[in-house]
Write a protein that binds this ligand. Sequence first.
Ligand code: UD1
Length: 371
Amino acid sequence: MKILSIVGARPNFMKIAPFAHAIRKCPSVKHVIVHTGQHYDQKMSTSFFEDLDIPMPDINLEVGSGSHAQQTAEIMKRFEPVLLEHKPDVLVVVGDVNSTIACSLVAAKLSIPIAHIEAGLRSFDKDMPEEINRILTDRITDVFFTTCIEANAHLVAEGAAKNRIFFVGNVMIDTLMHNLKRANKSQILSSLHLQPKGYALVTLHRPSNVDDKHNLTNILNAINVIQEKIPVVFPIHPRTKKNFELFGLTSMVQGMKGLKLVEPLGYLDFLCLTNGAKMVVTDSGGIQEETTVLKIPCLTVRENTERPITIKEGTNVLVGVKTKKIVSEAQKVLSGKAKKGRIPKYWDGKASERILNILVSLHNKGKLRVK
Ligand code: UD1
């Protein structure tokens, strides 16, 4: 059996790593990894292959940055000849980035079965580029792998056949569980002069937050208050860094004495920082899940989430983008009133093995593709 997997942007690497490791143990399956090159900086891409021991991509399409249309189109143009050459039994895509939909669309037109890992998540917010990518990818997916039962319900409501949907758990959590011990050996806390549970961790990169001067300023005003109470460490995404400069916010950020701005971090250093944090303030999707598993309080600076299970069962709280609300929820955590949570079903480190078993079994029965 031949499986071709796609990675493109930072969160994809953590999701493909455990799947690649599961395939390694299965000699009858050949694995081809294609990197679209959506993310390309060492700190946004290569460092994850090294940290997570992912086989280097067999092919890199090197598309780089661009508008959504440019990036999506360029990936499609460059991916089609690769897919025609390799003719895999199944294309595996993860998550919701532009690489996910672009490669799925190429495969669908070439009648190659598509398996989508992390299918069925919905924020019901079409202003989010990822929501468009999720809906469209799932419309042409043949085999759906979900992280929660709510995702199964979304897929069924949109017309997917129940027998094509498999609730397998969360591959990102496979990676977390396999690497937590190694991550805890990272020296990142001492190198940043931080004490365990003595700092807050911030990440921001959603266009709705960081491409909008008003929202970005509101969030920074909240960070300003928080950093007076507890040190704040903020690994900065390239999109966010650019916008600090564009909106003239750099000097405001530099004026915050309790704020440590650092470059994007590798997987192990970042996981170590998350695990040691008093709280995390973020607009990332994956970090909402990681904090739930680590039982670290998470304040999500968004109005909605495609991962409501992290609110229902985990430590996540949606705090929106208004300064006052972010500060008051942070204050609750600092005064010992953080939300408690539990780990969702099947977020147990074994999702990738389940996925591979299902794919091999469907392949053996000739049932990978929906006609
Ligand atoms: C993308 C994903 C988003 C994911 C995020 C994780 C889409 C629509 N968005 O958003 O879902 O949560 O990745 O980081 O696919 N840049 C660099 N170096 C890089 C990559 C990007 O400097 O290695 C800069 C470029 O200026 C680029 C900007 O960051 O224009 C944004 O990159 P892009 O891939 O378009 O989107 P992200 O915001 O990273």
